[in-house]
Write a protein that binds this ligand. Structure first.
Ligand code: AMP
Ligand code: ZN
Ligand code: FE
Ligand code: FE
Length: 289
């Protein structure tokens, strides 16, 4: 069954977008304006380990009449694999959540400095200031290092920089310290959010049952790199396990990419189901209180 055909709305959503508050190129305001032009009624800003893009997106959303769902993408570790957990409708002002993410971002900073040391040993000298926007932005990832490597002429393209230096099997790579998948899911639940397994197609073995036991509530079935077959597979898997279905492009600001804005147009029914889940979770909490 193709779940795209049960639509009654003509509204569409993209629930996976990065801004320049993590490793995207565009500001939250630019993203909202672009989403409006692309015919999206609803978007979620899901920066990596970072919530700073949400407030400006909410303000821009009011001006453009685009609905903004506060979101987040947490990099987590599951049995030595990297797994990304998305959180929707999180209380983005939750202090405990912000503090934990800050600790994680500090560890990212330390890791970046160590990777720069490794690069230096390989003869690649990149300047702290021109690489990172960390002094302003408080978030640094391998894409920032890659951009600096390219700017300084040590690689032709970002992907070349990953192949030569930064990729998981390349000489300057250092793994991130990460939350476990259960911690990531708990952090999202504790801040009133809906935890969703992001781009499940990147992980080769089955971890779903375990994630559900930690409190997972949804699967990102619609994703730029999923084939139609894979999307159907994850839609069915979600329904069999009583999970929500979400979807998004994972737009990072690059136009000529499969992850471009407008590539994924999630029918609005799925957003309504997400909203129902938020309301049900609130009632459940009140019952328990
Ligand atoms: P980090 O979280 O700092 O380890 O950086 C991971 C990010 O680097 C991912 O979200 C991708 O956007 C990017 N990335 C990983 N591998 C590659 C690659 N081979 N080419 C280009 N970008 C990559
Ligand atoms: Zn990213
Ligand atoms: Fe991801
Ligand atoms: Fe992402």
């Amino acid at each position: 069954m193709n779940y795209l055909f049960k639509r009654k709305h003509t509204k569409y959503a993209d629930l996976h977008i990065h801004t320049d508050r993590s490793d995207g190129l565009l500001s939250p305001e630019q993203i909202v304006a672009k989403a409006d032009k692309a015919g999206l009624s609803t978007i979620s800003i899901t920066d990596h380990d970072m919530l700073d893009g949400i407030e400006p997106a909410l303000a821009a959303g009011k001006r453009h009449n685009v609905e903004i769902i506060p979101g987040l993408e947490i990099s987590a570790e599951h049995d030595n694999d990297e797994i990304h957990i998305l959180g929707y409708f999180i209380d983005w002002q939750n202090q405990a959540l912000n503090e934990r993410l800050q600790i994680f971002r500090n560890a990212r900073h330390e890791r970046a400095l160590k990777m720069m040391d490794k690069l230096k040993q390989l003869g690649v000298h990149i300047d702290h200031n021109d690489v990172f926007r960390i002094t302003e932005l408080d978030y640094v990832g391998r894409p920032h290092l890659a951009a600096a490597i390219v700017q300084n002429g040590y690689a032709e393209t970002i992907s070349d920089a990953f192949n030569k230096f930064l990729g998981n099997n390349a000489p300057a790579y250092i793994p991130k310290s990460a939350f476990s998948s259960s911690e990531a899911i708990k952090m999202i639940l504790d801040s009133d959010g809906i935890p969703v397994w992001g781009h499940p197609g990147t992980l080769k073995h089955d971890v779903l049952k375990e994630l559900i036991s930690y409190g997972l509530m949804g699967i990102e079935a619609y994703y730029s790199y999923h084939s139609n077959q894979l999307t159907d597979y994850y839609c069915n898997l979600s329904r069999e396990n009583n999970l929500l279905i979400t979807g998004g492009s994972d737009f990072h600001g690059f136009e000529n990419s499969r992850r471009a804005l407008g590539e994924i147009k999630l029918p609005y029914e799925y957003v309504e189901e997400l909203k129902e889940a938020v309301i049900n979770a609130k009632f459940k909490m009140q019952d328990q209180a």
